[in-house]
Design a protein around this ligand. Structure first.
Ligand code: DGL
Length: 258
């Protein structure tokens, strides 16, 4: 008997979740994936909780209509707000859903971190979800809400502007003791090289949680019978997405309405 393959819906406010999708793809080449980036309404990190919850339901319903069997919130701002109550409303079980928070917590639990910097959107930082989960696990917890970087990356606002934002962040860390920096917005790993360059003189280890998210996806679904297809959907045209499709070896992306 052949089992019907799983289809995994990966979603974000825009292109950020592509950093998570790349990590998943490296581990699971046969997985069938539908990606949604809601760039019409990005950035989510400066929106209200209610708006983001509503948009998330719309994305999840879209992915359900497309036949997705499992779901990955590749967005920290969404992950900070989506509760099991929202998933219940949509008929999604905890076993069908992976977010950013739990894998990040698993990583921090095992990492023995002294000083932890969690750089995220304003919404994620305000939610205090990471603070609640991670501060008991580390020596010192510092949450930083960054209002501009996700937008600058999403809309390709210019290399210099992006570098300036990242460099200003590191300036706040001058003279501080050794720390681990979590890139807790999935847009940030897309410019990891800039973080590495600007942070090179600082005693700071940079960590992208995507790898830990991908490990959880591997536990959640079996891709043995999959075909390795990738369907990329955006809610409007995106120069940044066009560039990323090449890196992922995918032909292009489709514009959809949710
Ligand atoms: N990539 C998202 C995150 O991980 C959201 C960025 C945004 O739209 O503000 O938080």
């Amino acid at each position: 008997m052949e089992f019907s393959p799983s289809i995994v819906g990966v979603f974000d406010s825009g292109v950020g979740g592509m950093s998570v999708l790349s990590a998943i793809r490296k581990r699971m080449p046969n997985l069938d994936v539908i990606y949604v980036g809601d760039n019409v309404r990005a950035p989510y990190g400066n929106r209200t909780e209610e708006e983001v919850k509503q948009y998330t339901k719309e994305i999840l319903r879209f992915l359900q209509r497309k036949g997705c069997t499992h779901f990955v919130s590749a967005c920290n701002s969404i992950s900070a707000l989506v509760t099991q109550e929202i998933l219940d409303e949509l008929g999604i079980k905890a076993s069908q859903y992976v977010d950013m928070v739990q894998p990040t917590k698993k990583y921090v639990t095992n990492a023995h971190i002294g000083r932890l910097l969690v750089l995220a959107t304003v919404l994620t930082t305000k939610s205090k979800v990471y603070e609640a989960h991670l501060s008991p696990l580390v020596g010192e917890y510092v949450g930083i809400g960054e209002p501009n970087l996700a937008r600058q990356i999403e809309f390709n606002e210019g290399k210099e502007e992006i570098r300036e934002t990242i460099s200003s962040f590191f300036t706040t860390q001058k003279g501080m003791p050794h720390a681990t920096l979590l890139l807790s917005c999935t847009h940030y790993p897309l410019v990891r090289h800039v973080f590495e360059e600007e942070g090179s003189g600082f005693p700071i280890d940079i960590v992208d949680p995507s790898e830990y998210v991908a490990q959880e996806v591997e536990i959640m679904v079996d891709d043995t019978n999959g075909r390795g297809t990738t369907l990329l959907c955006m809610t409007r045209e995106s120069e940044t997405m066009s560039k990323l499709t090449h890196e992922l070896g995918v032909d292009g992306y489709t514009i959809v309405s949710l």
